[in-house]
Unconditional design. Structure first.
Length: 135
């Protein structure tokens, strides 16, 4: 609903896991390469290129794959600068104490660098605290 409320919103696609046509972003966990299937692909209007594609992944921060997926998304963003936003999303409390979706945008180079240097999920949580934002 947050995306649909934006002036440049066009449409969204649910990216189902393990379909031949699904977007898959690789990540490493425990030295093994695994597939990540981001939940949503958003299409927005753009005055320069007509359309831009965003990749959004709401993710439970208690899962053990958080850091691996964050690093995989950061690497995908580094290799694909033509993609718009590439965001990991989790529930967080805003300044008023309300539950809202907090976003970490891997399209931002400083966020990527912070994620690349993180060694633990606690460090990733800190990056969400310092670099994450609410729409």
């Amino acid at each position: 609903m947050e995306e649909q409320a934006q002036a440049d919103y066009v449409c969204w696609l649910r990216n189902p896991p393990r379909k031949p046509w699904s977007l898959c972003i690789p990540y490493k966990m425990g030295g093994e390469q695994k597939p990540a299937y981001p939940d949503f692909i958003i299409i927005r209007k753009d005055e320069d290129t007509d359309y831009v594609i965003d990749i959004l992944e709401p993710h439970d921060p208690t899962r053990i794959d958080n850091l691996g997926k964050a690093k995989g998304f950061a690497e995908y963003a580094r290799q694909n600068p033509g993609v718009g936003r590439i965001q990991l999303i989790r529930m967080g409390k805003d300044a008023a104490g309300h539950n809202r979706l907090k976003r970490l945008d891997m399209a931002m180079s400083q966020v990527r660098e912070n994620v690349f240097h993180a060694m633990t999920n606690d460090e990733l949580d800190h990056i969400f605290d310092t670099d994450g934002f609410f729409m």
